[in-house]
Ligand binder design. Structure first.
Ligand SMILES: [Cu+2]
Length: 150
């Protein structure tokens, strides 16, 4: 009897210790040329909770519209990006948004992104709700890409 109680107690402590938070690391964006109206935001999303999480949308005042994009390479080696309507972050895993992969697309940029600037992006998660992160603009230009927006 006593043994069972201890086993249960140990199990619950273990579960509690495991239940962390949803965290976002290193959100950044790259500089844009004066006439370019698009940009991208990158970050790591770490789901240390016990439940799968879903990123539904993102919003920022620097862009007229924001989409979640996935970059793929076609059979003939052309990079294409396409909007996805949500992004799943499985419990205990991290998802990297990075150049050449997943990113938050900024459309209709209101002004160029300049190195050293910071702007807020609010991420809307299914379970954690809204989380606002400060995005830093780094001094690195984006390479030319084929953009396929629909
Ligand atoms: Cu994109």
């Amino acid at each position: 009897m006593k043994k069972t109680f201890l086993a249960l107690l140990t199990a619950s402590v273990f579960t509690f210790a495991n239940a962390g938070e949803l965290t976002i690391d290193h959100p950044y964006s790259r500089i844009t040329a004066p006439k370019v109206k698009t940009g991208a935001v990158f970050m790591n999303i770490n789901n240390d909770t016990n439940e799968n999480e879903v990123l539904l949308s993102a919003k920022t005042s620097v862009a007229g519209r924001t989409e979640i994009h996935r970059t793929t390479v076609t059979n003939d080696g052309v990079m294409q990006m396409r909007p996805i309507d949500h992004l799943e972050i499985v419990k205990g895993e991290s998802v990297a948004l990075m150049p050449g992969g997943l990113h938050i697309m900024l459309l209709n940029l209101k002004k160029p992104l300049i190195a050293g600037d910071e702007f807020d992006v609010t991420l809307n998660f299914k379970k954690a709700g809204k989380k606002t992160v400060k995005v830093k603009v780094i001094d690195q230009a984006a390479p030319a890409m084929h953009h396929h927006h629909h």
